[in-house]
Design a protein around this ligand. Structure first.
Ligand code: HEM
Length: 475
């Protein structure tokens, strides 16, 4: 899609109210506002939130330009409300030097190889989730699948981060606490008229209480672990690995503040994103029974009655294609934000220094120049051949360029495992009277949760799903 605006001039503007600009539309439904702007004005559209200028980017080509040029398109600055939670961790740091130093230190921790050491914790968590679901829901019972996916992904990241200390972190890092914090920050992100954080409003006070609890717990744990030193036999979990990480040039590790910021960033970035995509995947499967049957055949053929080990997962590529297709249709981090650090030209249009850029993955993943039949759920969009022929920035669920998601392999591994374990055990059916509406906060959630009934498959054969060791027979 192209705009009809003159080259070198500003991008076409979406209109809006005097003073407020597009604040009301963005607060009502930011993805819908950006989608309408795209349809009406093209791949680059200018919006206003009060005095803040925002550019919506909806084409793979322009997204590639923005995400690979961090000298022109930086992270949001110190006024980024997410900083109230995440401090200056990888996701929110706007200081390129310190970001690069920490990214280099952390990259090996999230490599495919290092993750295989964490697989056991993931399997334990999934096994516990299956036990919990078997107890809580008799076959055919109604379940909020979104709530269950949030529960298990939070548990996975907690076990991988804190191993034996995990139970101590549960109340301060509960789904409810995370929700209060994330909603608070997101609201401030799209509403420049929010009351100052120092005002004693009930909402400000609730947020401060949650953060004080979280920080107290986090600094306490860091102090204890520092005192204990790295355990014999090497690091047990992500926290040990972060404590042991050293800058290759100076030999220095992270300060307590840096550790706190990176740990909270991992939680914020690393559980809900996977949980919502799994939720959408189960919903899509319930609407496309032939895809579900193919997935069930793959699981039954490759897994029988076992929990999968990493090699089993490699023999189940269709499951991964399902997850990738769910991420295409419902990218769980749908908007990647940037700030122009200088005046620039994008798509032939002048974009002034200080403009916020919103790279819109929801629109990009449906761009008609790059996707056939984009509204159709078709995991075969991700066969090896079709993947190979695709323009590299047409599919960006994990971002691109230097800030590419550091947890991509972690997310794919846990999602693959969860899909295998849950599809093997249950048939998911959506309750038709339940309304499915997507709603973008920082993640793309189902606004009213996801009410489904769960029906046990292979009932007669199953006794228990808790494996003695990862990959050993359970039944
Ligand atoms: C389906 C799951 C996930 C999705 C869709 C996702 C998406 C993204 C995206 C789009 C970015 C780029 C942000 C930007 O360029 O500004 C990003 C960055 C990041 N993600 Fe993920 N993510 C997922 C899972 C995870 C997990 C499991 C972790 C950690 C265990 C994680 C940690 C991070 C961090 C730390 C960054 C910042 C990287 C940097 O700027 O250097 N993410 N993620």
């Amino acid at each position: 899609m192209t705009s009809g605006q003159r080259p070198g001039g500003p991008a076409p503007e979406a209109g809006g109210l005097p003073l407020l600009g597009n604040v009301v539309d963005f607060r009502r439904d930011i993805l819908d506002a950006l989608h309408q702007g795209w349809q009406a004005h093209g791949d680059l559209v200018r919006y206003r939130l009060g005095t803040v200028v925002v550019h919506g980017v909806s084409s793979p080509e322009l997204a590639g330009e923005v995400l690979t040029d961090s000298a022109t398109y930086g992270k949001l600055g110190p006024d980024n409300p997410l900083r109230l939670i995440l401090g200056e961790g990888l996701l929110t740091s706007d200081d390129h030097e310190s970001w690069m130093r920490n990214r280099r230190m952390m990259q090996p921790i999230y490599s495919k190889q290092a993750l295989s050491g964490m697989y056991r914790a993931m399997v334990d968590s999934v096994a516990e989730q299956l036990t919990h679901m078997a107890r809580a829901y008799p076959s055919g019972a109604e379940v909020d699948v979104h709530g269950e996916m949030m529960r298990v992904t939070l548990d996975i990241v907690s076990r991988c981060m804190f191993s034996t200390d995990v139970s101590r972190t549960r109340d301060k890092l509960s789904p409810e606490a995370v929700d209060v914090a994330v909603n608070y920050a997101f609201d401030r992100l799209q509403n420049p008229f929010s009351p100052p954080t120092a005002w004693p409003t009930p909402r400000n006070r609730r947020f401060q209480r949650v953060m004080a609890g979280l920080d107290g717990m986090m600094y306490g744990l860091i102090e204890e672990r520092r005192a204990a030193g790295v355990p014999e036999g090497g690091a047990n979990d992500l926290l040990d690995m972060l404590l042991a990480a050293r800058d290759a040039d100076t030999g220095e590790g992270m300060t307590d503040r840096e550790l706190r910021d990176e740990i909270i960033t991992t939680f914020a970035a690393g559980h809900e994103t996977t949980a919502v995509t799994l939720t959408w995947a189960f919903y899509l499967l319930s609407q496309h029974r032939q895809v579900l049957r193919r997935a069930q055949e793959e699981v039954d053929r490759e897994l029988g009655d076992r929990m999968p080990d990493v090699e089993d997962l490699q023999r189940m590529p269709y499951l991964l294609q399902i997850f990738e297709e769910a991420l295409r249709m419902y990218p769980s981090a749908p908007i990647v934000p940037r700030l122009t650090l200088k005046d620039t030209v994008l798509g032939g249009h002048h974009v002034p220094k200080g403009s916020r850029i919103m790279v819109d993955l929801f629109n990009i993943h449906r761009h008609p120049d790059h996707w056939d039949d984009p509204e159709r759920f078709d995991p075969d969009h991700f066969t090896a051949a079709r993947r190979k022929g695709r323009y590299r920035f047409a599919y960006l669920p994990f971002g691109a360029g230097p800030h590419l998601c550091i947890g991509k392999h972690f997310a794919l591994l846990e999602a693959h495992l969860l899909l295998a374990a849950l599809i093997r055990r249950y048939d998911f059916r959506h309750i038709p009277s339940h309304r499915v509406v997507n709603h973008a906060t920082i993640t793309l959630r189902p606004k009213y949760g996801m009410a489904m009934t769960l029906h046990e498959r292979h009932r007669a054969r199953r006794t228990a799903a808790v494996p003695a060791t990862a990959g050993t027979p359970t039944d």
